[in-house]
Write a protein that binds this ligand. Structure first.
Ligand SMILES: Nc1ncnc2c1ncn2[C@@H]1O[C@H](COP(=O)(O)OP(=O)(O)OP(=O)(O)O)[C@@H](O)[C@H]1O
Ligand SMILES: [Mg+2]
Length: 238
């Protein structure tokens, strides 16, 4: 992994730095400009929302921040590491170590137990004994209120519980950044509020940085910053 890190004016390293980011899907007549000259920074410990109408570029932006897809133009830095010119394997390495993901559809492995699901990101990094990984996974599951469910099979949980497992799985490698694309989109309003409260609590308690795409801005209450996208551009940062 390229260890060069860029420091900001105050000597701090932004967790995310997006510099004139552009993403164009397709080419010629059928091309879509999904992101157009998007620049912002996110600092350690911030809780940030990305909002905007359907098609405004929210998921595209999250994919860029998550190093799941490459921009057409501009640059993206994660925890000071410029991912723009990294090889695919180095990008994956940065992603595995620095970023946790929470998906709308939970994306748990149904045949595995709760604790096994949470151990997966640790196994991908592959350091430490399996008993130590299990202990760490159980600790994080305790934090999300699922201490009693660790040995259950993932497909035996409620939607709200599944998403709390997904939150635990996103946190277990202690990433610099947790990303969520509509993490409450498949939940009823009570479970949705529980998952939001959990993420905000983890943000306060662990200083965990969160960047969440949502259609339900109001349910999050006060957050550090809200990036409003419109037609692939930043309309405002509030
Ligand atoms: N893989 C793709 N190929 C071509 N065009 C795409 C692709 N993904 C997204 N787009 C287009 O890019 C634009 C932004 O899409 P994006 O998925 O980022 O929007 P969004 O804000 O997440 O919308 P939603 O709220 O509906 O999830 C849209 O016009 C969309 O049609
Ligand atoms: Mg989307």
């Amino acid at each position: 992994m390229n260890p060069r890190r860029r420091r900001g004016i105050r000597g701090n390293t932004s967790i995310v730095e997006s510099v004139r980011l552009t993403k164009i899907y397709g080419s010629g007549d059928i091309s879509t400009v999904a992101l157009n000259d998007v620049s912002f920074e996110i600092q350690r410990g911030e809780f940030v929302l990305i909002v905007g109408q359907s098609g405004s570029g929210k998921s595209t932006l999250l994919h860029m921040i998550g190093l799941l897809d490459k921009p057409t133009g501009g640059r993206i830095l994660i925890d000071g590491i410029d991912a723009t010119f990294l090889s695919d394997s180095d990008r994956s390495e940065v992603r595995r170590h620095k970023i946790g993901f929470i998906f709308q559809a939970f994306n748990l492995l149904a045949d595995l137990t709760v604790v096994e699901n949470v151990m997966l990101p640790m196994m991908m990094i592959g350091n430490g004994a399996s008993s130590a990984m299990r202990g760490e996974a159980e600790l994080v599951l305790g934090k999300v209120g699922l201490a009693k469910q660790v040995e259950k099979q993932a497909n035996q949980l409620s939607g709200g519980q599944m998403q709390r497992v997904a939150v635990a799985r996103a946190l277990v490698n202690r990433p610099a950044l947790v990303l969520g694309d509509e993490p409450t989109g498949n939940l009823d309003s009570k479970s949705s509020q529980d998952v939001i409260n959990l993420m905000k609590e983890l943000n306060r308690e662990l200083k965990q940085t969160f960047v969440i795409v949502t259609h339900a801005r109001e349910a999050f209450g006060n957050v550090d910053r809200t990036i409003v996208l419109k037609d692939g551009k930043i309309e405002s940062i509030e």
